[in-house]
Design a protein around this ligand. Structure first.
Ligand code: FE2
Length: 427
C-alpha cells in the first residue's frame, strides 16, 4: 500500500498522463499512465495539471524582510540608500520582531510552494543579532523549509572594523555559506583581496561560497573575474556562486567575450535577481535607462548554471513581492527577453532545478528516489504556470500536504461564450 499516488499529472519536461507514487516520504515510482494494481492511502487526480518540484529561492535576505517603512521608506530607490536605511534600522532591531517577520514570510513561502531558500544574513554588526535570529528561524522552519544561511558582510568584510572576525564567528555559530560584497569594499584592490581571503576561508572550512558580486552599473567592476580565478586556484569548482553580477550588463562586449568562458571554465554559477536588478540598477541614468540585469541567456548558452532569486520582499530595497518565484521567473524572462518557448522553460528552470543545484540540494526532482516535496499547480505546463502565476493547488512536503489553494474558475455569461470557462484556459 502506497502512502500517496498522484495520477494524470503533467511534468515540467512536458510528459503527460504521468503517475507518481510515494512511499515513506520519497518518490518510489514515476510512470506514464496508471500504475498497475497500485493502491494508496491517498490518491490525488491531478486533472492533467503540472506537478513540479517545489520552488527554490537561491538568493534572499530574510533578516530584512517585511521591514518596509522601518524607520522610513527608501526615497531615491537606490541600492546605496537601501544600505544606508538598513544601517539606520539595525540599531533599532529586536531579535523577536525579526524572527516573527521571517516566520510570517516563511508562511507565505510555503503557500507559494517555495520550500528551499538561501538567505544572506548580515554579519557586519558585532552583536550577531541577525545571525542568532536567523539560526533560530532555520531551526523552527526545518520541518518544512530548507533554509540555508550565508554569512554576508553587508558593509564590507575589510571596510568594517572587525568584519572578518564577525564573519568567522557567524560560521562558527552554524551559518552554512561564506558570503562577501567586494564591490562595496573601499577600493577595487580591497575588493579583490576580500574575494581571495573569503575563498581561502571557504576552502579551509569546506564551505560553499556565494558573494554579492558587482551589484553596480559600473562596467569596470570586475570582481566576478577574481571570483572565477580564485575558484579555479583553490579547486572550488561547482561550489561557488556570483550573485547579481549586474555590472556585466554594462561591460564592453569584447571583455565579456573573454569573461563568460572564464566563468564557465571555473564552474562558478550566477544568480540574477530580476525584480531587484530592474528596480535598483540604472538609477543614475537619464534615458536610455539600463535594465541592469546580468547577461542571462549568454551565460546559459555558455553552459553556466544560472538561477533567479527574489532577493528582497518589502524591505529597505524593495516594497513589493510575495514569496512567489513564478513572479520572479515572469520578470526574468521579460528583462532578459527570453520569450521563446525554450527561453521561458529556461526561466522556469532558473527558479527550480538550477537554483537547487546552486544550493546543493539533495533528493530534488520528480524521479524515483527523490524527496516527495512537490507542488501541484493550476497550470497545464511550465509556460502557463509562469504566464498565470498559477495557483499552488497542493504543496507537498515529504508526501504530506502542507498548503492548499482552491482551484479558481471564472463564471462568465457573454452571448456566444460558454457559461463557465476555467480561468487557466481562458486566453
Ligand atoms: Fe542580495
Amino acid at each position: 500500500m502506497l502512502d500517496l499516488l498522484i495520477t494524470n499529472c503533467t511534468l515540467p519536461d512536458g510528459r503527460k498522463n504521468m503517475s507518481v507514487a510515494v512511499q515513506a516520504g520519497k518518490i518510489s515510482e514515476v510512470t506514464e499512465g496508471p500504475i498497475a494494481g497500485a493502491q494508496a492511502k491517498e490518491t490525488v487526480d491531478a486533472k492533467s495539471y503540472l506537478l513540479s518540484p517545489h520552488f527554490v529561492d537561491p538568493h534572499f535576505h530574510m533578516d530584512a524582510t517585511l521591514s518596509y517603512g522601518l524607520p522610513r521608506v527608501n526615497e531615491s530607490g537606490t541600492l546605496l540608500e537601501g544600505i544606508a536605511l538598513w544601517g539606520e534600522l539595525k540599531p533599532l532591531l529586536k531579535a523577536e520582531d525579526m524572527i516573527e517577520r521571517a516566520l510570517t514570510y516563511c508562511d507565505w513561502a510555503v503557500a507559494r510552494g517555495l520550500l528551499a531558500i538561501r538567505s544572506h544574513v548580515d554579519t557586519s554588526d558585532a552583536s550577531m543579532l541577525p545571525v542568532e535570529a536567523m539560526l533560530e528561524v532555520k531551526k523552527r522552519v526545518a520541518g518544512y523549509i530548507d533554509l540555508q544561511l550565508v554569512a554576508f558582510p553587508q558593509d564590507g568584510v575589510l571596510r568594517t572594523k572587525g568584519g572578518m572576525d564577525s564573519l568567522k564567528k557567524a560560521l562558527d555559530m552554524g551559518v552554512d555559506v561564506v558570503g562577501g560584497i567586494p564591490h562595496f569594499e573601499r577600493t577595487m584592490a580591497q575588493g579583490a583581496e576580500s574575494v581571495k581571503l573569503l575563498c581561502e576561508m571557504a576552502a579551509e572550512r569546506g564551505k560553499l561560497v556565494d558573494m554579492h558580486c558587482d551589484e553596480t552599473d559600473d562596467p569596470l567592476s570586475r570582481h566576478i573575474e577574481s571570483l572565477a580565478f580564485e575558484t579555479q586556484r583553490l579547486g572550488l569548482q561547482g561550489r561557488v556562486n556570483g550573485s547579481h553580477c549586474t555590472s556585466m550588463h554594462s561591460m564592453d562586449n569584447y571583455y565579456v567575450s573573454k569573461l563568460i568562458p572564464l566563468i564557465a571554465e571555473s564552474g562558478v554559477s550566477v544568480i540574477a535577481n530580476p525584480l531587484i536588478n530592474i528596480t535598483l540598477q540604472g538609477r543614475h541614468d537619464t534615458y536610455p535607462k539600463r535594465r541592469g540585469m546580468t547577461r542571462v541567456p549568454e551565460l546559459m548558452a555558455a553552459g553556466v548554471n544560472v538561477a533567479f532569486g527574489h532577493d528582497c520582499v518589502m524591505d529597505p530595497w524593495y516594497g513589493m513581492g510575495s514569496a512567489d518565484m513564478l513572479e520572479v521567473a515572469h520578470m526574468g524572462l521579460h528583462v532578459a527577453q527570453m520569450t521563446s518557448q525554450k527561453g521561458i522553460k529556461a526561466c522556469y528552470d532558473a527558479v527550480t532545478v538550477n537554483a537547487a543545484k546552486v544550493m546543493h540540494l539533495e533528493g530534488y526532482g520528480i524521479e524515483a528516489g527523490c524527496d516527495a516535496s512537490f507542488v501541484l499547480l493550476q497550470a497545464r505546463d511550465v509556460v502557463e504556470a509562469i504566464r498565470l502565476r498559477g495557483n499552488r493547488l497542493k504543496v507537498f512536503k515529504s508526501g504530506a500536504v502542507i498548503a492548499q489553494t482552491p482551484e479558481v474558475g471564472a463564471s462568465i455569461n457573454i452571448s456566444g461564450r460558454p457559461d463557465t470557462v476555467r480561468f487557466s484556459t481562458f486566453s
